[in-house]
Write a protein that binds this ligand. Sequence first.
Ligand SMILES: *Cc1c(COP(=O)(O)O)cnc(C)c1O
Length: 404
Amino acid sequence: MQLPIYMDNHATTPLDPRVLEAMLPYMTKVFGNAASRNHAFGWEAEQGVEKAREQIAKLIGASAKEIIFTSGATESNNLAIKGVAEMYREKGDHIITQVTEHKATLDACKRLEKQGYRVTYLPVEADGLVSVEKLAAAITDKTILVSIMYANNEIGTINPIAEIGKLCHEKGVLFHTDAVQAVGKIPVNVISDNIDLLSLSGHKVYGPKGVGALYVRRRNPRVQLNAQIDGGGHERGMRSGTLNVPGIVGLGAACEIAMNEMEAEGKRLRELRDYMRQKFENALDYVHVNGNMEHHLPNNLNMSFVYVEGESLLMGINDIAVSSGSACTSATLEPSYVLKALGLGDDVAHSSIRFGLGRFNTKEEVDYVSDKLIDTVLKLRELSPLYEMVKEGIDLEKVEWTAH
Ligand SMILES: *Cc1c(COP(=O)(O)O)cnc(C)c1O
């Protein structure tokens, strides 16, 4: 076992060596521009791109023509949201999303608000899921787009996407989903889920960074988008720019591997995840899982270790790469807005850890990580006056603190 241990697979995943193998020829010998239509160099590059389009489409139940390549899911989300908003401006000016979306979605919506669009940010329930009833109540005849993520990147909750898609189609509203954390991890099907636009990213599925895709439905309904990058009219005019051929080939290979191995990998990671959770719950009191354990990604575990200070906890496990419930925005340490949306207090949010298991994590690593974490929590609690008071049966809510 090698240190440090990487267990932050929601942030990014390592490149699968098989993906690298597929990409290598396209970085050297097959260097053509996929848009060069009049010679073999271009044709060969184009073949690689078209094969990848098929591989990606197959993983999500789409057809190849519905896949638009982008520089990643940040761009895909921007293209979907701003592209629809601008294209359907005459039909309406209202967009619905939820407060726990990725910043790429929230910030695209904020930009549109500055331009005069109206955005509803739905709250989530205490388990992190969005309520379909609240969504239904928010839709008006001016609503043009609903953007709700498939699975959350912090707490791993899986939204009722098929229900949301059905509702949107009944109401004649387009439905976009940021499916970055779901694609390749759980079955996703744009037809049965009634999805009109779907964002995915290469580096979250053991593919390369800087490449992603947007699924854009071509039938029932045919979705139109206002391009956000103008140029040579690549990707059916929706996204100009010379294609990142090696990246695209890698994304395609990563999707094919994910498709073949999803079931076995999901089962293995779910077992490891449940084993780790069990270890924490057996060894420690005042720990709880954030999110919804039933509608949950197999590779995610987000737990609060109450009465320990988040910073100290992370320092105690500095040979392990995980994420904390603190988001470093500029110089201040803000508690995660996702955990806050579940109703967690700042202290509890700061004492939360996101474990993101991945394809290359082993049982041995899971044991090392959980033992080290348990050890650190026990040590920190020995020094924690709050924990002492709670153990003595003092109700912290009723304590009158005095400042000196
Ligand atoms: C990582 C991530 C993104 C951004 O993807 P990039 O390809 O890194 O731009 C968007 N949404 C979610 C849910 C993510 O986890």
